[in-house]
Write a protein that binds this ligand. Structure first.
Ligand SMILES: [Fe+2]
Ligand SMILES: [Fe+2]
Length: 208
């Protein structure tokens, strides 16, 4: 695998990729990440996957690990796949999937989570509900998120946090990290006098 992945920074992710039976599928995903994202964005998604693997160890039942861990890694690696695309790309993909009216009304910052779902359906023929929901809800959160989606939501937050903050937050429960990310998003949007998504409020209310 020719990657900008550093063994020292992403040991869990590299161990997962090296040992997974569907090595070719994940190699394609990594290649796609590198081709469609800046190195900064690629590093962010690798960090998200590394953290998600950490949370999967403690939050996924032993009997479900084999099925759910590859889904968690897939959703983590692809959650921001359209983040750096131009407005026209999102609009074209929304139009193609008959979702322009539905998602075109959302604030632009939320578009990438919705367009990423269509992007990964088109490029990788991924139709798995767990993966698609985790990607779709990674920005706003949603009260119907399962553990897998919460792991991706929390890991995405930690992947952008300061290293000292990451170590502190890793010791907290998944619920507490999700609450913290909800509060961070709500405060940020209120300070910017921007609308807060009802999905985030409902998710927050479901957690406290
Ligand atoms: Fe994102
Ligand atoms: Fe992200």
């Amino acid at each position: 695998m020719t990657l900008s992945l550093d063994k020292k920074i992403f040991p869990e992710l590299l161990c997962f990729l090296d040992n997974h039976s569907d090595f070719d599928f994940f190699s394609e995903i990594i290649k796609h990440v590198e081709e469609n994202n800046s190195s900064h964005r690629a590093e962010h998604v690798y960090k998200t996957a590394e953290l998600a693997l950490f949370f999967a160890k403690t939050h996924i039942k032993k009997t479900e690990k084999k099925t759910l861990t590859p889904k968690i890694v897939t959703a983590s690696l692809l959650h921001d796949i359209t983040k750096e695309k131009k407005r026209s790309y999102h609009m074209t993909i929304f139009k193609k999937h008959g979702a322009l009216e539905k998602y075109g009304k959302l604030p632009f910052a939320l578009w990438h989570a919705k367009s990423a779902v269509f992007h990964i359906m088109d490029f990788f023929s991924i139709n798995d509900k767990d993966i698609l929901q985790a990607v779709s809800f990674h920005t706003t959160g949603n009260e119907n998120m399962n553990t897998l989606a919460k792991i991706v939501y929390a890991s995405d937050y930690l992947a952008s946090a300061e290293p000292s903050q990451v170590e502190k937050l890793k010791k907290e429960s998944l619920t507490d990290i999700c609450i913290e990310k909800c509060l961070f998003s709500i405060r940020k949007l209120i300070n910017q006098k921007k609308p807060v998504s009802g999905e985030t409020i409902n998710f927050y209310n479901s957690l406290v």
